[in-house]
Design a protein around this ligand. Structure first.
Ligand code: ZN
Ligand code: ZN
Length: 405
């Protein structure tokens, strides 16, 4: 009975499965909660490291901006974070899915004899001679996925024992590789392209449209000297549209699992923080993985580069394709901004020293008779306001130069 039953199978059968809830990566915290918090933890952890370097003046030679610039050119120092809620998922399908891929591998082998014939080879003859030389697995593949000797016995639902075809070891190994590595890598790559595409066009639209720029995006551009935790400093609507919706759409379209999403959201956050870190490290893998790095995005934060380098956060192919990549000189412009900020700091230090010196000498001077004048206090107020304004750096109005035409 067993031998007769095997003819019912065209392909090696798929295993049965039981669905159970997937064990979390960091038990007892469920994966969906980790997916929510890991990017935030990563954001603060990486930002914390960069902040530590900032305050201790470590690796100054790699800094894109000086502390004076940080002090004088930025107008804000706040941040926004975004989240996405994901339901828990089930597991137990892994062996079944691997077997599904193994069946596809088996079906794909059916094309081998045709391909060999097109190439002018005698496929059946080749399979026969390979088999005679003892390479039965290779012979099976050359014959179009025919492995007559490879069988397994299995118990059907009705209790009958049958003999069914089995997968070759290499078929299962290839299927495992495809299922565990190739497909997830492809999903990551597609997700990255979706996020890059989404962010490029939305980001560029925010520079094209004056209303979008003034209402939302101008807030992120208050940072002329980006630093790590300023990465997600943006309008909540922009944070949601650009970061949350972008990665969320990529997650849904690529059919990622919650666990994959957890790493994807975390990687996207880490990349965004790193792009605003303010350092051009020669050894930071994140800065060499693609052409889009801290130095590249920093140009977009400068008044002269704001109409270019819209690509974020991973690759720069859209800037290249649509010719929006900054091609001009960079070094001199950075030096000029650095010198101006330093001059401002020096000037204020000198003024402060002068004022302190005057304060010391003041008590020695005889108190002046009070002259009532309408000009006096007003003039003082004007003077004070002028000093405060001068500390604010570039005007936060919207000059035409920030809008991409
Ligand atoms: Zn921008
Ligand atoms: Zn930015």
């Amino acid at each position: 009975m067993a031998a007769n039953a095997s003819v019912a199978f065209d392909l090696p059968p798929l295993p049965s499965y039981t669905l159970t809830e997937r064990q979390p990566v960091f038990p007892p915290i469920p994966d969906n909660a980790v997916a929510l918090f890991l990017p935030i933890i990563a954001y603060w952890a990486l930002s914390g490291i960069y902040h530590y370097l900032d305050v201790n003046n470590y690796f100054e030679q790699y800094r894109l901006h000086t502390p004076a610039e940080l002090l004088k050119r930025n107008r804000v120092s706040r941040w926004e974070v975004s989240r996405i809620l994901i339901p828990p998922e089930m597991t137990g399908l892994d062996d079944y899915n691997v077997a599904t891929w193994a069946q596809r591998v088996r079906i794909a082998q059916r094309a081998i004899p045709t391909i060999l014939t097109i190439l002018g080879l005698d496929a059946p003859g080749l399979a026969k001679s390979v088999s005679q030389n003892g390479h039965s697995i290779l012979a099976g593949a050359l014959a179009g996925g025919s492995y007559p000797g490879m069988v397994q016995s299995m118990i059907l639902d009705n209790g009958a024992e049958v003999t069914a075809p089995a997968f070759a070891g290499w078929e299962l190994a290839l299927a495992s590789f495809v299922y565990w590595y190739f497909v997830p890598a492809l999903q990551f790559l597609i997700a990255i392209s979706i996020v890059d595409t989404w962010q490029y066009f939305l980001h560029r639209a925010m520079h094209l449209n004056r209303w979008l720029y003034v209402t939302f995006h101008s807030r992120h551009h208050r940072l002329y000297v980006p630093y790590a935790f300023g990465a997600l400093y943006n309008h909540p609507v922009e944070g949601f549209l650009l970061d949350t919706a972008g990665t969320g759409i990529a997650f849904l379209l690529t059919g990622m699992t919650n666990r994959q999403a957890m790493w994807f959201f975390t990687c996207s956050t880490i990349k965004t923080v790193d792009d605003h870190c303010g350092y051009a490290f020669p050894w930071d893998p994140l800065q060499h993985f693609t052409s889009n790095n801290a130095a590249y995005h920093d140009i977009h934060h400068q008044s002269w580069g704001i109409k270019s380098n819209f690509s974020q956060p991973f690759f720069i192919f859209w800037d290249r394709l649509l010719n929006t990549q900054w091609k001009g000189e960079v070094k001199l412009r950075y030096e000029r901004a650095r010198d101006n900020a330093q001059k401002q700091v020096d000037m204020e230090t000198a003024q402060a020293t002068e004022a302190a010196a005057n304060e010391v000498t003041t008590p020695a001077i005889e108190p002046q008779p009070v002259v009532v004048s309408s000009e006096g206090p007003a003039a003082r107020t004007r003077l004070r306001r002028k000093t405060v304004d001068s500390l604010k750096g570039p005007s936060h109005g919207v000059p035409g130069s920030v809008l991409h035409n």
